[in-house]
Design a protein around this ligand. Sequence first.
Ligand code: TPU
Length: 558
Amino acid sequence: MTTTVGQYLSARLGQIGLKHHFAVAGDFNLILLDELLAEGSTKQIYSCNELNCGYSAEGYGRANGAAAMVVTFSVGALSAMNAIGSAYAENVPVIIVSGAPNTNDHGSGHLLHHTLGNTNYGYQAEMMRHITCATEVIFSADNAPQQIDNAIRTALRERKPAYIEIPCNLANAACAAPGPVSSLLSEPAADPASLEAALEETGRFLYARDKVVLLVGSRMRASGVIDLLPALADRMGCAVTVMAAAKGFFPEDHPAYRGVYWGEVSSPGAQEIVEGADGILCLGPIFNDYATVGWRATLKPENTLLADLHGITVNGRVFEGFSIRQYLEALSARAPRRAGSAETPRQPLPTIAPAPRDARLTNDEMTRQINALVDGNTTLTAETGDSWFNAVRMDLPGGAKVESEMQWGSIGWSVPAALGGALAAPDRRHVLMVGDGSFQLTAQEVAQMVRYELPIIIFLVNNHGYVIEIKIHDGPYNYIKNWDYAGLIAAFNAEDGHGLGLRATTAGELAGAIEQAKANTRGPTLIECDLDRSDCTETLVKWGTKVAAANSRAPKVN
Ligand code: TPU
């Protein structure tokens, strides 16, 4: 029972539930790509460059639970590192596989192309080690099965990216065939003593408090247990809020929902509920400077229970040895009713009155129309910039999903990530909001949406500059060259594409463009929304001022 190293990898990717892998070809990975095609468990999807390839995989992994990508040595892998950093920061298991020099060239003193120009070829793995949870450099086909399995298993358990390096002359070398995939997928059993102690301490915490609230954070996506939250909320009867990066992680039409908690820029009433609570169950939160509005929205540790992916902290004690799934499943069966916080009703979001059809397009009107487009089957991807704030203020139907990248915050992420998400979940409607500045980083990936006929609706928010940066700290570096964004689509279509590029300067033009986008099922529709540069959300300005103040704190003097 033998296979080849490349086909072993290919079979494993299919067995863990992938239907696609992303790739950019290069001479160090061509044989590997052939092996993946020959085994055929996953479809090969091509990216314009390795950064986009990584972001596409990251977006795919969010929707599908894991993803894989294949790049060539150095010139490919080093470009992908920003995206792998994103997958690490955002807890997405992306398996990055790099082709590598022929085994005979390692340690030979041979100088190879695509390298730094010295003869030590270990540097790429050393760099990857810092941004992955497992780094496997394969030097013998015999060891490849264990090494591939270890990388994939660790990525799935840690919810982080993992790195596999395959020399170009080993991709088609013979190795043992795969064993049962359960060895990669099975979750370690919870330590019963630690889990029981954690639940008892949780009980002591909850019984001593009247106003308990659930605060859902973005690491809950990685936990794969978002679906457990409504049952926990029903049992406890308490209010539920979400952090900005977890917008949409709890159904907004559920009676317990009280909005987004984001310090001073929270949804109406949410700050009072969270900061007025004496028990806050923080589920998978990331309390960074952005989430705390420049360290201003910090919760009292004595009032919080912190549940993370592999343990909890409560009443000054730490319990580990179980997953957040195991903890929440057990808690949902025995948590006490704590309905005090739910007595405060949800305050409605400010409504935006429809603009007349011939009125100049505004940020408010654009957001109102996009919100109306979002149904329970929509995934809305929101790029860094005012798109975050526009997504956060939307009123979402149950089932709608939002994807944002608020920990890593790398502009350009959203275009390839939306492509990855659309491939992973073809039955959903995919809507992308991206600013002009961000779009310029990864714009060419729209060509792959054309190629793969993905009907993603792109709202290109042309507010003529890096408005989020203008609000944080202004300078000449925040003003960019304007492009004919809608016009790009004709170039990407070339002779055979079905993409649509439209431009809206009035409310009526936007409404018409959205109707055309809905009808265009064989490719992306990019709607360039032309806005005044000064036209942005109030929350962006308020938040930007506070984050800028935190950034400009003077150094402490001893
Ligand atoms: O809505 P708006 O105008 O703020 O969005 P746009 O036009 O996409 O501008 C985003 C501006 C921005 C920058 C330049 N936001 N963050 N940055 C800093 C930055 C630079 N490079 C990377 C890769 N990521 C970043 N976040």
